[in-house]
Each structure stands twice: as structure tokens, then as C-alpha cells.
Design a protein around this ligand. Structure first.
Ligand code: ASP
Length: 302
């Protein structure tokens, strides 16, 4: 199986550290457009079967910053609309000899399945409710830009944990660094089994308890597109699980507020908090490019 990046769970701590260190070196290139030749002559195909703004754009920018050619395809408008199977679509693309395929799909495990059959490295850009490895890496980079270590940090992940691939990838990453992870959400969106996924995870339904002493608060969107049960009414959800200014009064003064985006203002986070000094949401977006450059380099240059 060619080495791509399918998830955080299977990565060693040292591999994560080397991607994060390399991303730091690429950070200046996020702001000032400077193209390198590192991946000149290489081709990266972005294949997105689900909506995306941040991930898709930043993979494309990252590839171009490294001198590669990047092509983006979305499922609507492709032959998938004409009934082509996933395996046939991927085989067709692989026959054009890209150097890597970046893929997002609504089915958990879709990239892992394809990676067994294709000669091309696959980078998972989000598979169903399973993993979103580059999101967890860019989240870690964003925390480490402001804290010296992940070790011992208390990280509260709040919202629709059940359907969140971002939560799963972050749980795997943070637990490899012995962070304390507090998962918080309504019972219907917080499966008890998550406490068993890795050591260092605790569960609560009380947002105030989750926030108390937290060094980092990660808010999650309610993933309506993945919910089959009746959704919580938006106003009630915001009342119990929306992060608002009043919560920030009991939080640590230097707490970092994160969100993978897209944010739903007034649903899981208030505008005042999303736009506050403690919010690093746009820094996360910015770091997405540097981290994805580091991932592409690791996969294509080793
Ligand atoms: N953008 C993230 C994802 O693709 C989070 C979200 O959609 O809420 O999983």
C-alpha cells in the first residue's frame, strides 16, 4: 500500500512532531506568496465528494506553493453523476498518474478501502464521521504557536462529538501527547464509548464544567447532514451548548477558542466569542496551508 495519510490514529508521535516542525518552517510562506520548486513536475488531484471551502482550497494552495500542479474535482459535475462507481472513478484518475490523490468522502473508511487497491498515495481530507487528519495537525500547530507543549494541556471539545471526524482525529493526536481531553455535548451527540477510545478522555454534559480550567476550547458544528435522528431545536442547542461571552468569564484568561469551521454563529458559538481576542479560528485556517505543505512534502519527497 503506498504511504499516504489516512488518519492520525496510526501515526507515531515522532511522525506528528516532524510534520508540525516542518509546518513551522513553511509558515512564513502562508502570508507572503513564495513558490518553491520542491514538488515541481508533480501532480496532485483533489477529489471532493462532499462540500468544502477551507480544506480543498488550502490543499490546492499548498500544492501550488510547493511548485506542484493541482487539479480539483468535485463529485457534482464529474462522472460520479453518471453512475460511475467510486472504484472506477479512482482507477480512472490513477491511470492519469497523479503523484497523490487528496480525497474527501461521506463514507467512513472510503479512502482506506481505496488505498488497498490503488498504486497512488491517498491523503484523507475527511471520511464520514471517522477522521480528518490534517485538521487535527493544523489544530495542534495552532496551539503550539501559543503554548510550548501539548503535554498536560486540558482541551475541551464541545458539541456534536458523535458525528465529528475532527473530534476523533484530535482525540487521537492529543492523547499521544498526554493531554487531558474533556468531551462535552448532549447525551444524544456524545456516545459513552468515546471514553474508551484513548486514555485521558473524560465526558461531561455540562458546558461550564468542560470549560473550567480548560487551556483550549474546541467548538464543533452540529453536523445536520450526518444526523438521522430529530435534531435539537437550534435555540435550545445554543442555550445549553452554545459558547457565549458569559462562559468566557469563568474560563482561563488566556484560553484559546478554536473551531474547524464552517462556524454557525448563534448556533454553537456567539459572534462575540468567535470574533474575540481569544479566538484563533482564522489562525487555524492560515495554518492549514503550512500543515498541508508539510504533509505533501512528507508523502511525495520521502
Ligand atoms: N470542516 C470540518 C469537516 O469537514 C468540520 C465541519 O464540517 O463541521 O469535518
Amino acid at each position: 500500500m503506498p504511504a499516504g495519510l489516512l488518519g492520525i490514529e496510526s501515526l507515531e508521535r515522532a511522525e506528528i512532531e516532524s510534520i508540525l516542525d516542518r509546518a513551522k518552517i513553511f509558515q512564513p510562506q502562508q502570508a507572503h506568496y513564495k513558490k518553491s520548486d520542491l514538488l515541481r513536475g508533480r501532480m496532485i488531484v483533489n477529489l471532493f465528494f462532499e462540500a468544502s471551502t477551507r480544506t480543498r482550497t488550502s490543499f490546492e494552495i499548498a500544492a501550488k506553493r510547493l511548485g506542484a500542479d493541482a487539479i480539483s474535482i468535485s463529485a457534482s459535475g464529474s462522472s460520479v453523476d453518471k453512475g460511475e462507481s467510486l472504484v472506477d472513478t479512482l482507477n480512472t484518475l490513477a491511470a492519469m498518474h497523479p503523484d497523490a490523490i487528496v480525497m474527501r468522502h461521506s463514507a467512513s473508511g472510503a479512502p482506506h478501502f481505496l488505498a488497498r487497491y490503488l498504486p497512488t498515495p491517498i491523503i484523507n481530507a475527511g471520511d464520514g464521521t471517522h477522521e480528518h487528519p490534517t485538521q487535527a495537525l493544523l489544530d495542534a500547530r495552532t496551539i503550539l504557536d501559543r503554548r510550548s507543549t501539548l503535554e498536560g494541556l486540558r482541551v475541551a471539545i464541545i458539541g456534536d462529538i458523535a458525528h465529528s471526524r475532527v473530534a476523533r482525529s484530535n482525540i487521537h493526536l492529543l492523547s499521544k501527547f498526554q493531554a487531558h481531553i474533556v468531551l462535552c455535548g448532549p447525551a444524544s451527540l456524545l456516545p459513552a464509548e468515546l471514553a474508551e477510545v484513548t486514555p485521558g478522555v473524560t465526558l461531561t454534559h455540562d458546558i461550564r464544567e468542560a470549560i473550567r480550567d480548560a487551556d483550549v476550547i474546541m467548538m464543533l458544528r452540529v453536523q445536520l447532514e450526518r444526523q438521522h435522528e430529530t435534531a435539537f431545536p437550534a435555540s435550545e442547542y445554543f442555550q445549553f451548548y452554545g459558547l457565549r461571552l458569559e462562559h468566557m468569564e469563568s474560563a482561563k484568561p488566556d484560553v484559546l477558542v478554536m473551531h474547524p469551521g464552517p462556524i454557525n454563529r448563534g448556533r454553537e458559538i456567539s459572534s462575540e466569542v468567535a470574533d474575540s481576542q481569544r479566538s484563533v479560528i482564522l489562525n487555524q485556517v492560515e495554518n492549514g496551508i503550512a500543515v498541508r505543505m508539510a504533509v505533501l512534502e512528507k508523502i511525495l519527497c520521502n
